[in-house]
Design a protein around this ligand. Structure first.
Ligand SMILES: [Zn+2]
Ligand SMILES: [Zn+2]
Length: 162
């Protein structure tokens, strides 16, 4: 269905809804007047205006039917068309979450956790991105990068001045 057809379809549906609403309202009014007239006719001992019911009930039925049809179609359309984007949206919202979890799991193996504040940093990071403390202590003797709280170099065994 192209956009023009779709718009015409929408317009038709709105017209059906408007006519349906008018018929329903008219029918209800006729029926109420009819009932009131019937009650009055018993007191006044005359024939009730039956024709009000002949107008009232069919217009309630037709108006109601039109409204049901127009809304039912939009409900069906909603279920058929809207549920797909909803699922797509859900997927788009879930996917980054999953990938970020997957990423953090992946980087979790290779990350350096700051000894001072506990923030996970990139494994190659020299300083904590959160508190700025040094994450590695470079051995002054051999140049080996050691953990920030290491007392001795893990390569040459020299004392590290922390
Ligand atoms: Zn830190
Ligand atoms: Zn060393």
């Amino acid at each position: 269905m192209d956009e023009n057809q779709e718009r015409q379809h929408q317009k038709k549906k709105i017209i059906i809804r408007i006519i349906g609403s008018i018929l329903l309202a008219l029918g209800v009014v006729c029926a109420i007047i009819g009932f009131a007239d019937m009650a009055k006719s018993f007191q006044e001992e005359r024939m009730p205006k039956i024709w009000l019911f002949f107008i009232g009930f069919p217009s309630i039925a037709i108006g109601g039917f039109m409204l049901i049809v127009s809304f039912q179609r939009s409900i069906q359309r909603y279920v058929k068309n809207e549920s797909v984007p909803v699922f797509n949206e859900m997927g788009q919202q879930i996917a980054p979450g999953i990938s970020s979890i997957a990423n953090s799991v992946k980087t979790g193996i290779e990350e350096t956790i700051c000894a001072a504040c506990g923030t996970p940093n990139d494994k190659d990071a020299q300083f904590c991105k959160s508190c700025g403390k040094a994450l590695k202590v470079v051995c002054p003797d051999c140049g080996q990068a050691n953990e920030a709280d290491a007392k001795f170099c893990n390569k040459c065994g020299k004392t590290l001045n922390n």
